[in-house]
Design a protein around this ligand. Structure first.
Ligand code: ACO
Length: 325
């Protein structure tokens, strides 16, 4: 059966770097606190001309260039984001227009930090049934527009950026081998963000918290470690593999302490775990594709390597996906 193979990757980070020292001027925090609790040293913040869809478009363009494909070759564009350019139309439609990918249909998905992995899974299923398809999957966020810059519990954690992968059919056994996706909406309250205030007088209530990220950090921490551990074990069992068989694990880059705990629980050697949270913070749906592109460009993934993605985010949502590169 055909498999969905990544043909090219790309990413785009805003120009401006915000350091922990600069954050000390914005909220009551310190480089020492942020570094020890999160591992984050810097994050990128969007400026003029760096709206979500522009970052997404550049990441997509770079992935297409690597794949040697014209935008006209695309059949489908998926953008995973929780910070869309507009609520309507989708960021994916802006990307489609910017790229000139007039043969592609396009839409957004929102599974928070898990969005890119859900998107890869979706692309993979399309390609399995229609191997001639070319699909661009992008994770793109401008979280700086949605964090509460007065809330030190959250504003130090997040950053902006975009990453992308172009997929097409493969008949040689390489590509997406399997995935496990989960959600638990009962725990939505641990991490959430309201939309715009209702304009319907009947529905204008006092429970509107503002369109800002709100989080119960310690509960999210525990859920993230447990869920990512479980979903990796579940996928490895399904594939009849062990962690020793995996060449590179690319986890969602939320917090170095979450990654350290995951590493301990799963026994992942240092050289098989990709980490860049120190540079970019948590870029939600963009974190895995940015990391994937960096790993690819650094030569950390070679043809036929087994690459495992695992992620966790608001929803709650969590997932793992295994591919042969
Ligand atoms: N600077 C200084 N002090 C701070 C800051 C800050 N930026 N933020 C919180 N504090 C304070 C708190 O107010 C609290 O003070 P208090 O004891 O006087 O009340 C103290 O530090 C300890 O707070 P805790 O919440 O216990 O700190 P904790 O060790 O749990 O670390 C953190 C907080 C980093 C948010 C942690 O819970 C975490 O990493 N959670 C996961 C969150 C995450 O990654 N979310 C991303 C979205 S989901 C995902 O992507 C997986």
């Amino acid at each position: 059966m055909s498999k969905a193979l990544i043909l090219g990757t790309g990413s785009c980070l805003p120009q401006k770097t915000l350091t922990n020292a600069e954050l000390e001027q914005i909220v009551d925090t310190s480089d020492q606190w942020i570094t020890s609790r999160t591992g984050i040293k810097t994050r990128r913040i969007s400026g003029e001309g760096e709206e979500n869809f522009r970052l997404a478009t550049l990441a997509g363009q770079r992935a297409l260039e690597m794949a040697g494909l014209s935008p006209l070759a695309l059949d489908m564009i998926i953008v995973a984001t929780l910070s869309p350019h507009k609520i309507m139309p989708s960021t994916a439609c802006f990307v489609q227009a910017e790229l000139g990918a007039t043969n592609a249909f396009a839409y957004d998905i929102n599974a928070a930090c898990t969005g890119f992995t859900y998107g890869l899974d979706l692309a993979s299923k399309y390609i399995q049934s229609q191997p001639e398809m070319k699909v661009l999957v992008i994770g793109s966020e401008t979280l700086s527009t949605r964090v509460d810059w007065k809330d030190r519990n959250t504003c130090v954690l997040f950053g902006d950026g975009a990453g992308a992968a172009v997929l097409g059919g493969s008949e040689d056994g390489r590509g997406v081998l399997g995935s496990k996706l989960h959600s638990d909406g009962r725990l939505w309250n641990l991490l959430h963000m309201d939309g715009p205030e209702s304009q319907n007088p009947e529905l204008q209530g006092s429970d509107w918290e503002g369109a800002l990220i709100r989080m119960n950090g310690s509960d999210i921490f525990k859920q993230a470690v447990r869920a990512m551990d479980d979903v990796v074990v579940e996928l490895l069992e399904q594939q009849q593999l062990t962690i020793e068989d995996i060449d590179l694990v690319i986890p969602h880059q939320a917090n170095i302490r979450i990654l350290n705990k995951l590493q301990q629980r799963l026994n992942i050697p240092d050289d098989k775990l990709f980490i860049n949270v120190d540079k970019y913070g948590n870029t939600s749906a963009a974190s895995i594709p940015i990391a994937l592109d960096e790993a690819n460009k650094q030569g950390r993934v070679k043809e036929n390597d087994l690459v495992l993605l695992c992620t966790f985010g608001a929803g709650l949502t969590w997932a793992s996906l295994l591919m042969r590169w």
